[in-house]
Structures are given as structure tokens and as C-alpha cells.
Design a protein around this ligand. Structure first.
Ligand SMILES: [Zn+2]
Length: 452
């Protein structure tokens, strides 16, 4: 049976192409594939009535709109167990004090099962239809995470984390252990027999992997045509450490191992040099912008427009628990904040700084429509799955949210009742983005199936 969602619809087609339908429709077949999207349901129905014997109409309310599901390009699932802790520390201290001891606990499969069930529940609640998850070094508990995403119907890339050096004794693998466990993980993931959840090769970051391990992971990714995720240029001290060990730039360290591909996403990219950005672009490698953790762990400002203008694909990541929220809607606001703060740094004469700043920079911050692009289609492009999801283009799978702006914390007083329909719809979108939260996400669909 075909389902037609009818009402106010928004989605993006590129960074600067935000398409709205004030009275549109998205038609979805029984497999969850979008068969058409447009502005005139009656016309479409009259043309297709013979083809589809039964069309179930789902009419959105006046205060509701449909938008694509949110994409979290970078989240550490185990770290949800420590969310909010240690955020007064710089990156390397935070890893040693909090993160490594916590991740080591995931050798306990019962603990993993308890945490991962909650992780998937809470990300779905916040509208995440696709997440790129880091698990831990433990292959079996990371499989529990993959199964949980599958069971709850969330689209996910899941990675068993690899690290064989510069790590605490209680949380480190040998090269051989890391490679074998990764191979086992990839094979076990195949047995899940689902399109929803796929493995992704996951070296923790260059500092915690030897050149030998990175190279072997690059080979596995190539042989099985797998996705790859890791971290790059997050903090200045980390970048210096990488340069001293690899005698190259951070990006070159990964490239030498064959880890920069069209299916690679690197988190942070705060301090990339121009030639590193050029290398990422050349390889088709993407960036997960993680504004919350870049601020909280004092990593720095990531100028996403610098990356985008140079042709690098960018999506958003919560980077839990360097970031303090599992919500990509929150990441949208953080991305807008960081982009505005960058403008201040570039243009403002900050009082008390003792220096004058000439306001010659052409920089303009991103706007909410562009941020929604980063959180949806941009994320899907960055994870190299935009042929499957990210917007409501015919042929893609129906990964979507129904947003209700009449529910707390939003209020709909219809203050602008005389405004044109387009204007009113954009106001509902702004209300949700700037003031709303998971309570306003009343339904979540992945591949046409309602999961919230
Ligand atoms: Zn991370």
C-alpha cells in the first residue's frame, strides 16, 4: 500500500537550496521508498490512481510539518554513559581521566546491552534517523550496539574502535588483535543481513594507532569497500603530537595508510592546513563538524564555510560525550553559535584585548536553512549515503520527522496570521530549530517505518 504524507513539507537539495511545499505531498511505497514528492497531491493521485490501487492519505495538521530525519555523523555510543562529565578538561586529559576507563567497561556485555539500548532510544527520540557510531575496542559489545540499532529500526554505521598504542594498559590491543577483531566484526555484521546497519572501519585516531595498524585497516576498508571514520586535527597539542610521530601532516598520516577515501569521514578538522583541506577534497573525504565538543574541550573554532568553499563535504556530529547532547537539533544551534562567534572573532574589535581588528573579512555566518542542510542532506553526503537518504527526492528511502509546533515548549499564537503560507511555514521551522526540542518531534520514520 502506498502512503501519502500531505501537508507542509521542507527539505534541502543543496547548501543554498531549501525547498518548501506549503501544501505538498511525499508518496512512499510499501518498501519505504519515496515514489514522488510534489506540490499537487490531487493531480498526482489522478495520474496514478490506476497504478496504485490503494493510497493511504496521512494529512498533517496545520501546526505540523514534515522534514528529513537528522543525521549524526559522529557519536561515541559508549560515552553516553558519562555524558556531561569532565567537560572542564582539555581533550587528552579528558580521554585519560574519564573516557578510556569507561570504554574499557564495555568488555562487560551486560553493561553494554543496557547502555546501548538507551543510546539508540535517546537518539531516535531526538530525531536521529542515521548515526555514525563509534563503539569501543570490544568487538562483541560493539555488535550489541549494531543489533540494537537494527532492532529499533535506526539507520547506522557502526565501528569497532581500533587502538594499539599511546593508550592505557587496560584499554589497548596488539596490532594482530585489532586487525583480527575488525575482520571478525565485519563478517559478523554481514550476518545481520540488513541494509540499515553497516560496519565502518574505525581507527580511534592517528595517535592511538601505529602506522602498521593504520595501513592494515586501510587495506581491509579497500578490500571490502567499507566506510571509514576517525578524528583529525581536533586540538593543537594533538596535531603537534601527530606531526612528531608521523613526520607528516595529520591528513598525510591517514592518506599514507589509504584511509582517506570517498567513504571516509573525519571528525573535527578544526586546525587543518590549506594543503590538508586540498588533500581531503582530492580524496573525496568528508568532515563531521562537532561544534559542541570543539567548544567544551577547548579544541577551537572550526570554520565550516572554509571547508565547504574548498569543496569538502560537511555534516554535523554531536560527538557525545565530548559534546553534551545527543540531539542533532542541538548541534544545529551550536553550529550557528560557532559560526556567529567566528564572525565576531574575525570582525569585532574585542574590548580589552588590546588589539584592533580591521573589519575587512567578507565572512558571513551560516543561516538556519544551511544548518538544516548540514544536519540532513549534508550529513548523508558526508557519510556517502546520500543516494539512500537525506531529503525527499524520488527513489530515496523515506527517513523523516513530523514536527509539531503546537506542543510545549513551543506555542503557536498565530501572531502572523495574515502572512503568506510560505512565510508562515518558514516561521514554524524557525520556531522548531531555535526553541523546540525532542518533544516537538512527534514521529520518526526510517525507510518508511515509524520508529517513534
Ligand atoms: Zn569523537
Amino acid at each position: 500500500m502506498v502512503k501519502a504524507f500531505i501537508g507542509q513539507i521542507v527539505h534541502t537539495k543543496s547548501l543554498n537550496d531549501f525547498e518548501i511545499f506549503t501544501n505538498g505531498f511525499v508518496a512512499v511505497d510499501e518498501n519505504g521508498t519515496i515514489i514522488d514528492t510534489g506540490s499537487n497531491f490531487q493531480l498526482w493521485q489522478s495520474k496514478n490512481i490506476a497504478k496504485f490501487t490503494e493510497i493511504k492519505e496521512i494529512h498533517l495538521k496545520e501546526e505540523q510539518f514534515l522534514m528529513p530525519g537528522l543525521v549524526d555523523c559522529h557519536i561515541h555510543a559508549p560515552q553516553v554513559a558519562q555524558i556531561g562529565l569532565g567537560l572542564d578538561m582539555p581533550l587528552l586529559d579528558w580521554l585519560n581521566t574519564y573516557t578510556f576507563p569507561l570504554e574499557a567497561k564495555f568488555a562487560d556485555q551486560n553493561f553494554a546491552a543496557r547502555v546501548y539500548k538507551k543510546v539508540v532510544e535517546s537518539t531516535i527520540k531526538c530525531g536521529t534517523t542515521l548515526a555514525s557510531y563509534f563503539g569501543t575496542n570490544n568487538k562483541d559489545s560493539t555488535l550489541i550496539l549494531a543489533r540494537e540499532a537494527c532492532r529499533q529500526g535506526q539507520r547506522a554505521l557502526v565501528g569497532k574502535v581500533c587502538s594499539n598504542c599511546n593508550s592505557p594498559d587496560f584499554y589497548v590491543e596488539t596490532t594482530e588483535e585489532s586487525v583480527f577483531a575488525t575482520m571478525d566484526f565485519v563478517n559478523d555484521m554481514k550476518k545481520l543481513n540488513t541494509d540499515l546497519v553497516q560496519p565502518t572501519i574505525t581507527p580511534r585516531f592517528a595517535l592511538s594507532c601505529t602506522k602498521e595498524l593504520l595501513a592494515q585497516l586501510g587495506e581491509i576498508a579497500k578490500e571490502y569497500n567499507l566506510h571509514i571514520q576517525s578524528h583529525i586535527s581536533e586540538s593543537i597539542s594533538e596535531v603537534e603530537f601527530v606531526k612528531s610521530i608521523f613526520s607528516s601532516s595529520y591528513a598525510e598520516a591517514y592518506d599514507a595508510a589509504g584511509l582517506l577515501t570517498e567513504k571516509t569521514i573525519m571528525a573535527h578538522a578544526v586546525h587543518l592546513e590549506d594543503d590538508e583541506i586540498e588533500l581531503l577534497k582530492k580524496r573525496g573525504t568528508s568532515v563531521a563538524h562537532c561544534p559542541a565538543s570543539n567548544t567544551m574541550l577547548s579544541s577551537g573554532f572550526c570554520d565550516v564555510l572554509r571547508l565547504i568553499k574548498k569543496g569538502v563535504k560537511v555534516g554535523l556530529g554531536t560527538d557525545v560525550s565530548g559534546g553534551n547532547s545527543v540531539s542533532i537539533q542541538d548541534a544545529i544551534l551550536r553550529a550557528l553559535d560557532v559560526s556567529h562567534h567566528l564572525e565576531f572573532v574575525k570582525k569585532q574589535d574585542i574590548k580589552g584585548s588590546g588589539t584592533l581588528k580591521p573589519s575587512q573579512d567578507e565572512y558571513a555566518p551560516i543561516n538556519y536553512k544551511q544548518a538544516i542542510f548540514l544536519a540532513t542532506l549534508g550529513g548523508a553526503q558526508a557519510l556517502a549515503v546520500d543516494h539512500i537518504t537525506g531529503n525527499f527526492i524520488k527513489g530515496k528511502e523515506f527517513d523523516a520527522l513530523i514536527i509539531d509546533t503546537s506542543i510545549h515548549p513551543l506555542h503557536n499564537f498565530d501572531a502572523n496570521s495574515t502572512a503568506a503560507a510560505e512565510h508562515k511555514l518558514l516561521e514554524l521551522v524557525q520556531k522548531f530549530i531555535y526553541v523546540g526540542d525532542d518533544r516537538n518531534i512527534v514521529n520518526v520514520f526510517v525507510a518508511g517505518k515509524k520508529i517513534k
